[in-house]
Design a protein around this ligand. Structure first.
Ligand code: SAM
Length: 250
């Protein structure tokens, strides 16, 4: 198994937060927190792979009791610089197996992170673990990208996802194993001919929405809603991402 603790190390944790911008902007976080608070319905929530608390901290600020599970000690340490364990308890462990308790009304796993589990078995176990955390009638919310294999030309092994001054994002795809590795290449665009660049790689196992629904069924869930984003936009065949709400029987 790839050591996610090594991938999400001190350097990654230090540079993860971008307050007010990108994934930390109000435009992203406000609808996310509003939707999760509504789905918590007055009960407790647990975030799998809580990271540095990007979503959990504002959700707790909105009055929801939030707990977390996180594998990377560096990410937990960064979260602890912002909030103490009495306000936001976090269990160090693997979201496919670790327990933060039971009786929650909401489990959530956002920002494509179920794909950080690199086998189908681990992804199914993650659904089962979400179910173990929930009270009857509780829900599991997943935010995940839709694999964009139409962008892959026949015979080619990858795509350039972003190309801008100082940054290239190249995804390589292994369609047999359903694996995708993102290569983040950063360099100084002002130094012509420079040989200096940094590269970070993150491996994923991508999942089709229909496969995700089957994993949910194996764990006792049914699909309640699927939106294209946190504001509830309609999910269509062209949607690049989805927010899916799975519910246990009441
Ligand atoms: C893209 S970040 C998302 C963090 C946070 N959920 C957010 O939305 O900002 C992915 C996180 O997943 C964590 N992670 C990866 N594999 C994990 C696993 N098997 N169990 C728990 N956490 C894991 C990483 O350490 C990292 O903090």
């Amino acid at each position: 198994m790839i050591d996610q603790n090594r991938l999400w190390d001190a350097a990654a944790a230090r540079s993860y937060d971008t307050p007010g911008e990108g994934m930390f902007s109000d435009a992203v976080l406000k609808p996310t927190v509003r939707t999760l608070a509504r789905l918590a319905a007055g009960g407790r929530a647990v975030e799998f792979a809580i990271g540095t608390g990007r979503v959990a901290i504002p959700l707790a600020g909105a009055g929801v009791e939030v707990h977390g599970i996180e594998l990377s000690t560096a990410m937990i340490e960064r979260l602890r610089e912002k909030v103490g364990p009495e306000r936001l308890p976090v269990v160090a462990g693997d979201m496919a197996t670790a327990s933060a308790g039971e009786g929650f009304s909401l489990t959530y796993l956002v920002f494509n992170t179920i794909a950080n589990l690199l086998s189908q078995d681990e992804q199914v176990e993650c659904f089962r673990n979400a179910a173990r955390h929930l009270a009857p009638g509780g829900c599991f919310v997943i935010e995940l990208w839709v694999p964009q294999l139409r962008a892959l030309a026949p015979g080619r092994g990858g795509t350039v996802e972003v190309s801008e001054p100082g940054y290239l994002l190249v995804d390589t795809v292994d369609t047999l194993r359903q694996h995708l590795v993102s290569h983040h290449v950063r360099f100084d665009p002002n130094v012509t001919g420079s040989r200096e660049a940094s590269i970070a790689r993150t491996p994923h196992r991508y999942i089709w929405p229909s496969e995700l629904d089957l994993m949910a069924r194996l764990a006792g869930f049914t699909l309640e809603s699927r939106w294209a984003d946190w504001s509830g936009a309609e999910f269509t065949g062209e949607s690049a991402s989805h927010v899916s709400v799975y519910r246990l029987p009441g």
